[in-house]
Design a protein around this ligand. Structure first.
Ligand SMILES: [Zn+2]
Length: 242
């Protein structure tokens, strides 16, 4: 994921103009106008030369779209993991009830209906730490051997230098040209098939360092249903975000 690449930018905050929230205007070196909705903020990106009236007209014609987007984002926010006792967390495509259980040592227990987080003085923040340490331990156990096995199968074992773990803002995985694969441990919240797809994707980059048709053909050869998993992530990834 890359940010927008306008040169110098000018930010102006606008009035509401029939929207439930204000919007900001970002002027930059670009040819067309575009509107973006991120969380509950609306941003309009425009070329330097357009007038206030043009911007207002542009926003006005996009109000139904903006309102739909804001509603969608609000719905997504309401589905984010809630680690209060009695809250809901989406784990491997199942909505589980969260139970915070006082205990001397940390542990995570998954039943058919519950995610039981054990630990001392658990607040939602501490519970998140307990859960993330557990997910990281799972990631360390599961991901490197699978990545290595797939790299060997694709005859690029020599290119895989290391598998590391990092929680980044926007990525589930990453592969550098030096053969370093990075996984976000939150992916362990996803169904196993989606985890396998992520492994195929990143190991596939050891063969093709791009997202060309050849790369996707390779992914498909080892993960025939990959389109389903890409779609699953697009639809549900906000629910895994701790
Ligand atoms: Zn990629």
């Amino acid at each position: 994921m890359t940010g927008h690449s306008e040169g110098s930018i000018v930010r102006e905050l606008q009035d509401k103009s029939n929207l439930p929230v204000g919007y900001s205007v970002v002027r930059g070196r670009r040819k067309t106008m575009a509107v973006h909705v991120r969380h509950q903020a609306v941003e309009v990106r425009v070329p330097f030369y357009v007038s206030q009236t043009q911007i207002q007209d542009f926003v006005y014609t996009h109000i139904p779209w903006i309102l739909r987007k804001l509603e969608h984002k609000a719905a997504q926010d309401s589905q984010r993991p809630d680690l209060c006792d009695g809250g809901t967390v989406y784990y491997k495509a199942r909505a589980l009830r969260v139970r915070l259980i006082p205990a001397m040592s940390e542990n995570v227990e998954i039943t058919d209906t519950e995610m039981r987080l054990h630990g001392r003085g658990l607040t939602p923040e501490r519970a998140s730490k307990v859960l993330q340490r557990w997910l990281l331990a799972q990631a360390r156990t599961v991901l490197p051997p699978r990545a290595e096995a797939l790299a060997a199968y694709l005859q690029v074992a020599g290119r895989l230098k290391e598998v590391v773990f990092r929680k980044t803002k926007s990525k589930w995985g990453h592969c550098t040209s030096t053969g370093r694969i990075q996984f976000n441990w939150l992916i362990m919240m996803a169904p196993d098939a989606v985890i396998d797809y992520m492994i195929c994707h990143e190991v596939g980059h050891l063969v093709h360092m791009n997202h060309s048709p050849k790369f996707w053909a390779l992914v498909e050869s080892v993960c025939p249903d990959y389109r389903r998993y890409v779609r699953w992530l697009r639809t549900h990834e906000h629910r895994l975000w701790l």
